[in-house]
Design a protein. Sequence first.
Length: 94
Amino acid sequence: MGIYRRIPAYARRLSTAEEMRSFDRRATEDFGIPSLDLMERAGRHVFETVMKVLSPVEGRRVAVIAGKGNNGGDGFVAARYLHEAGIGTTGILL
């Protein structure tokens, strides 16, 4: 329960895969945001949330388990940021 309480309320609700596809589609088609920019922003936000939840991060290890598609890309962007921050990171592609 300790870690869960440190996750901000806005980050606790999970969207379905279909909702995420719809959000991505609207962002790219209606607002002209490139998919790679969406992945970069999402991955960065995941990284920032993980850093808050795992604080202090010294000696911690993280496994990023990601599927295919843009959401998987988000995961690997987060893994890149975690690695660059010196956190032991393992990426697993399903």
